[in-house]
Design a protein around this ligand. Sequence first.
Ligand SMILES: Nc1ncnc2c1ncn2[C@@H]1O[C@H](COP(=O)(O)OP(=O)(O)OP(=O)(O)O)[C@@H](O)[C@H]1O
Length: 258
Amino acid sequence: MTDVDSTPALAVADLVKTFGGIRAVDGTTFSVPAGSITGLIGPNGAGKSTLFDLVTGVLTPDSGEIRLRGEDVVGRAPHEVAAAGVGRTFQTPKTFAGMSVADNLAFAATNQTGESALNALFRGKTVADEERAVAERVAETLDFLDLSHLADEYARGLSGGQRKLLELGRVLMLDPSLLMLDEPAAGVNPALTEKLLERVRALNDEGRTVLFVEHDIDLVMRECDHVVVMHNGATLATGTPEEIRANDRVVDAYLGGG
Ligand SMILES: Nc1ncnc2c1ncn2[C@@H]1O[C@H](COP(=O)(O)OP(=O)(O)OP(=O)(O)O)[C@@H](O)[C@H]1O
């Protein structure tokens, strides 16, 4: 066992973010083990979305630590966090309705996260090389997500579930080592949810760490090997699904209500 293996993919410590008088994130501390599928759960308003914004550099914490594979990333801009290997999807996919599915993916590689991410991916390549590399990656990503037959369709023509797959494809263009998925199954029909989860498992099998926010507790308990429970901006509990189910504080504060 090397140190690298035991360094968490993500570790936050004593993280605080206030909006006026509201302590949206109030001292939360937890880690996401490298190589895990970790579920982040908690009631509405627990601070999960704010936490995602803090980790991805959209918001800056008032205090506390955020480490990616041990490296402090507080104060980094979103494109720098993306270049450091963090890919994030949104509850409402950030796809471009008037662009084709393939162009949505190509755009994600070339424009979305700014120069630094691009440079990291294409260092030392000419423009023609770069275009070829992007086209290859688009094709690979379409194939992986089973969207090749829709490559030339406008994104606006996709179903909600297909748009979630495209959203996942958008973040895969930059080859992230940590995937942060915000309610990937919300509003997706059961068949496409299963397909999406199967792709997430495949990405995890490749060695990518997954952290996802999800309100469907059964899905979290089934899919995750590690669970973090947030409540009122703090960490209420962390552990395996079995440990979380058996935790009286979690049951009282969250699961108990039915
Ligand atoms: N930009 C903001 N300005 C003011 N208050 C905010 C802002 N963002 C979040 N909050 C508040 O911070 C708290 C945490 O919100 P957050 O959206 O992070 O929770 P959540 O766990 O993601 O909830 P949900 O499950 O409903 O998405 C809430 O009380 C929310 O109203």
